[in-house]
Ligand binder design. Structure first.
Ligand code: ADE
Length: 273
């Protein structure tokens, strides 16, 4: 997977993605970063200007169409030369669809992805119409530029590229898998500040541990992310009561019963990758 980042601050990208897991994945050749300075494509050879005032007035400067377009043509040419296809071009903007795990998985299937990082008050609309395929935001707040959002997305996408995570890391259960948050985890010592590790985790009974973890994931998601919990519930509706239970006084299926039903029904595939 090759990331091409069109930016006014290529060193920002280089510095942050060269470390940790993305740095290691790059060294091993699973991913590559190509941070391209839009300023190098300015027609203003003296000052390398890339911005100008906005037609119609208003505060702030706008990134001009020409340097971005020429920068993109150069990136596209290099992709095609290497045997790639027309790439998806993500413009990182608070006006885009909000990035999530399934979008990360979708982008991770591409060979090449181009990011356009904006600055100042934005980008001339005409070049966006010409080159952008996806408008993506990382949340409902405004940052000073597109580099941080692009790096957030690149990090999330990279770890889904086959080979980037080692076995231990990729075997880890993840939040947002199946719309559930990850269950609580514990390491040594068994007791810390008077708090004990839940006994079930020391039992050695893997089936029970998996059931407990799924139950905890459900409880945690319901408490912390009711929006996700609703999605999960829609995909995992409570099962009809079993015959044994039907003899009991008929009541509505409670959440606890929904949890228990699912815990019984689902196996550990539901939470483990
Ligand atoms: N640029 C500025 N703010 C942003 C955001 N929240 N998401 C994506 N790009 C941005």
């Amino acid at each position: 997977m090759k990331f091409h980042i069109m930016t006014l601050f290529p060193e920002m990208i280089e510095q942050s993605l060269s470390n940790s897991i993305t740095g290691r994945a790059r060294e091993k050749g699973y991913i590559s970063f190509n941070a391209v300075n839009i300023r190098d494509f300015s027609n203003d050879y003296k000052h390398h200007k890339v911005d100008d005032y906005t037609y119609g007035g208003g505060a702030g400067m706008l990134m001009q169409a020409q340097p971005i377009y020429d920068c993109f043509q150069s990136v596209k040419e290099s992709i095609i030369k290497e045997g790639g296809n027309n790439p998806r071009v993500i413009y990182v903007t608070p006006q885009g669809s909000v990035f999530n795990q399934s979008m990360a998985a979708d982008f991770a299937r591409e060979e090449d992805i181009v990011f356009l990082c904006g600055h100042y008050e934005g980008v001339d609309e005409r070049v966006l119409e010409e080159i952008v395929t996806d408008y993506v935001s990382i949340g409902d707040y405004v940052l000073t530029g597109g580099e941080l959002p692009a790096m957030v997305m690149i990090d999330a996408i990279s770890r889904l590229v086959p080979g980037v995570l080692n076995n231990d890391e990729s075997a880890m259960t993840e939040s947002f898998n199946n719309n559930l948050l990850e269950y609580p985890q514990y390491s040594r010592p068994e007791e810390w500040m008077g708090k004990k590790v839940p006994a079930i985790l020391l039992s050695g009974d893997h089936k029970k541990v998996d059931e407990w973890r799924l139950e905890q994931s459900i409880i945690r998601t319901k408490e912390r992310r009711p929006d996700l919990y609703e999605k999960w519930l829609a995909e995992n509706p409570p099962q009809p009561e079993k015959k044994k239970r039907r003899r009991r006084k008929k009541t509505e299926v409670t959440d606890t019963e929904a949890v228990t039903d699912v815990v019984t029904k689902e196996n550990s595939d539901n939470v483990s990758e």
